[in-house]
Write a protein that binds this ligand. Sequence first.
Ligand code: A3P
Length: 296
Amino acid sequence: SSIDQSTSRPELTDFEGISMVHYFTDEWEKVQKFQARPDDILIATYPKAGTTWVSYILELLYFHNTVPECQTSLPIFIRVPFLEAVFPEMPTGVELADKLPTTPRLIKTHLPVQLVPKSFWEQNCRVIYVARNAKDNAVSYFHFSRMVNLLPEPGNWNTFLQNFMDEKMVFGPWYDHVCGYWEKKQTYSNLHYMFFEDMVENTGREVEQLCSFLGLSTPEEEKERITKSVHFDAMKQNDMTNYSTFSHMDFKISPFMRKGKVGDWKNHFTVAQNEQFDEHYWRKMKNTTLQFHTEI
Ligand code: A3P
């Protein structure tokens, strides 16, 4: 009881075969029984793949002109509830989602596809999955784990990378996560699978494709405005998207909006780490048609 909850780190535990921390399983019953509505939009990602970026794009596409000031001035982590999250001093993701006043509801999850509450599939909800290449995803996850006390201590980069390869990551292995949703897409047509690298390369084109998937006829100049508003620099300055009001992060260690680049892994991987990683990667990914760019 003398442990300071604000600084202590949770342990990695096994949950339904997935490595987890209790912050994402404490209300599992309620998460599993979550009642999705047909117009809900689920934004699914492996942590650090561009969740906040695509969430904000969707928020602007749907609510830019329609939401009263009091709601646009809420941070993204309130406006787009993190479904399975049960964080200290905050309403749970399910509570936030149940109380969302707007339609559609935008809901975020990091759950691997097999753990997504079944009512999303039953209601044929639109699902948007964002994937990011493993190397940059690992680097981003490492820096994030250093600055947020809701995840286990990452150790040093070498330890973290080894854990990434050994699949000891919160929300399970990256490999299974990206492949799981890729497989799902073959049978579930309401799933839009997108890539972080494509968003960096051409954000406007990705906004275009999102509109087409969502059946939105957003005017051209509106889309251009949105593309500007979701630029890395704009989102870094924006207190609604940079997590500056989220109390469990230490921005002295690393900013949430850190770099937003493709290829930052080159500043972290040694030659030896890269060779070992590539070898392991091809073994894990040899049976999938899913392909990533690690530079643009
Ligand atoms: P880096 O740590 O590589 O900078 P998530 O939202 O899933 O937690 O992902 C966070 C990652 O997406 C961070 O990556 C962050 O900088 C990046 N990101 C967020 N918004 C972005 C934007 N508008 N443009 C480019 N990258 C962005």
